[in-house]
Design a protein around this ligand. Sequence first.
Ligand code: GLP
Length: 254
Amino acid sequence: MEIQVFDSYEEMSINAARLVAAQVRLKPDSVLGLATGSTPLGLYAELIRMYEEENLDFSEVVTLNLDEYLGLGPDDDQSYAYFMREKLFSKINIDPDSSYLPDGLAEDPEDAAQEYEMLADMLPRDLQILGIGRNGHIGFNEPADAFPVETHVTDLAESTIQANQRFFDNADQVPRQAITMGMKQILAAKKIILLASGADKAETISDLVFGKVTSQVPASILNLHPDVMVMLDEAAARYLVEAYGFDDEDIAGE
Ligand code: GLP
């Protein structure tokens, strides 16, 4: 696991976008695994800028998102389908038919999860973008007694409902379930970039880097993957900086 610490959220986002852009330029038909949440917003904004100003071409790119809330359709402004359309897809030249998310309105969510697993098997990701929950979740793989393997329907942890209520009017409106890729598909990506910013991620990042591989910190499984880049801003890297004794010169982007 390689760790890069940047002096700001903006620097982190720009550098992550450069890696994504390099991937797309080297392999125009790349399959990208994408994430939602506030963390990748800066990355997506920079990719849009590169599309507008630097001819970054997404016409052959295929994307698969990690997860979707159950009960929310693409027209619901809290759904991840809506988020991806608003924050990225409608602003670049990607083919909407090549951008996949689990179906939040599926009549049979278990079936929909299985279908998404099969789709993901057919479209192995060249590069997977991940955020991380304050409780260490990736996608919606919550802390549990075992690592979830395949795409599945999951109950959101109480801590996730609390963390995500900021996007809703109140906690009651946060869906209680989601469909999420499991660890098999996340680890199947050739390369993984995990982004984290802000002081509220510092503890879980410390667990990820210094702790054991445990299903109680779902992201810790990334320690078993051969090509993971963890990109952090200073606040999220706080305990790493203290432990390693980094000084400002070690922080990228200075
Ligand atoms: C959500 C998503 C995750 C995301 C996480 C962090 O619950 N399912 O994929 O990484 O929350 O979100 P944020 O970036 O807003 O902190």
